[in-house]
Write a protein that binds this ligand. Structure first.
Ligand code: 3HC
Length: 309
């Protein structure tokens, strides 16, 4: 069968495209783009919360936060491995990230000003990640969809630990409740921006939906996240910072206010509160880790010669 026909038939039948299958070059490049951006997001995403590991208020909170940040590193590694099945090279991807030639999620360019931010990131940012990533478990590219299954299980732990942390703070003092509300005020709108630009301005959504890379559009997932989060905010006792947020019986969804798309554009183009710091930290870690990579390759080369001898 003509390989293009085979590819189209596989997509049509909701089956998986595997690394050895024929695929259009554009499918390959858009998969590398999305998987690389996702992997970069996981690795950069370790920084905002990582800053609080040494300042966690108890051993229990420190242990939970350590586990979560470690999970994000693992997510990055699964995803770089998935990108490598498409012929990408993780060193090259890392260099592209450091040189600003590849993106990572806008959400990680905001500062974490208090320990309540750790809870709000778990609740809102990982909550948004779950909304966005569960459908990706059905993405048409096999290695990506399979990586998502384990990632989504771990994201659920991330979301739950964040919500439990906030519940504890909300049962604390007025100052702790104020700390939570302040963090919610700062993270709510950037969490909605995580889902990408509105569908009308999304360059990739139509093609990604046609290839079943994406199963829902940016706006559909954003709406799903808002509908899921409003009752959680009520249970927590916090106010979401949007005066236009209200249930619309007719639509069967929550209406919400206009997102400041100029902020998303600014942050994506590198002009967010922490972009320079995040990349500088990633660059330093890459440079300081060069000796580890050299030692690992020397060890692998030695092991190879021992095998051959
Ligand atoms: N931050 C940075 N860049 C963004 C963005 C965001 N929030 N939203 C969109 N973009 C970029 C896109 O990469 C694209 O850039 P390009 O044209 O240079 O490639 C451009 O803006 C247009 O956006 P589109 O909607 O057309 O792009 P996509 O179809 O790729 O949709 C997406 C964007 C919804 C983020 C999609 O790429 C996706 O679902 N990616 C996989 C999930 C992911 O990467 N999540 C990021 C967070 S990781 C995370 O949550 C970790 C967890 O532990 C917290």
């Amino acid at each position: 069968m003509d390989p293009e026909k085979g590819f189209e038939q596989t997509i049509e039948r909701d089956q998986r495209i595997e690394p050895r299958d024929w695929m259009p070059d554009r499918y390959r490049t858009t998969m590398v783009r999305q998987i690389a951006q996702h992997a970069h997001s996981e690795i950069i995403g370790m920084q905002p919360e990582g800053e609080w590991i040494t300042r966690a208020p108890s051993l229990r909170r420190k242990a939970i936060l350590l586990a979560k940040v470690q999970d994000e590193a693992g997510h990055g590694l699964y995803l770089y491995s998935a990108a490598e099945t498409l012929g990408a090279d993780r060193t090259d991807l890392t260099e592209k990230l450091i040189e600003g030639r590849q993106k990572y999620s806008s959400i990680f360019n905001y500062p974490t000003l208090s320990f309540a931010d750790v809870g709000v990131i778990g609740w809102l940012v990982d909550g948004a990640a779950i909304c966005n990533q569960v459908p990706l478990c059905r993405s048409s590219y096999g290695p990506y969809a399979r990586a998502m299954i384990r990632i989504c299980k771990e994201e659920s732990f991330h979301q739950r630990q964040g919500y439990e942390l906030l519940m504890t703070l909300m049962r604390g003092t007025d100052a702790q409740r104020e700390m939570v509300q302040n963090a919610v005020d700062r993270w709510w709108w950037p969490s909605l921006m995580m889902f990408g630009p509105p569908d009308a301005d999304s360059t990739h959504t139509a093609q990604s939906m046609a290839w079943k890379i994406k199963r829902h559009t940016n706006d559909e997932l954003r709406q799903r996240f808002v509908d899921m989060t409003v009752p959680q905010a009520e249970a927590l006792g916090v106010t979401l910072p949007d005066p236009d947020l209200r249930w619309n019986e007719e639509r069967g969804h929550h209406d919400f206010g206009e997102i400041d798309w100029s902020e998303l554009k600014r942050v994506i183009s590198g002009d967010g509160p922490c972009n320079a710091e995040r990349i500088a930290t990633r660059r330093a870690a890459h440079e300081e880790g060069a000796w580890v990579r050299a030692a690992a390759s020397a060890h692998a080369a030695k092991a190879k010669t021992r095998e051959v001898a």
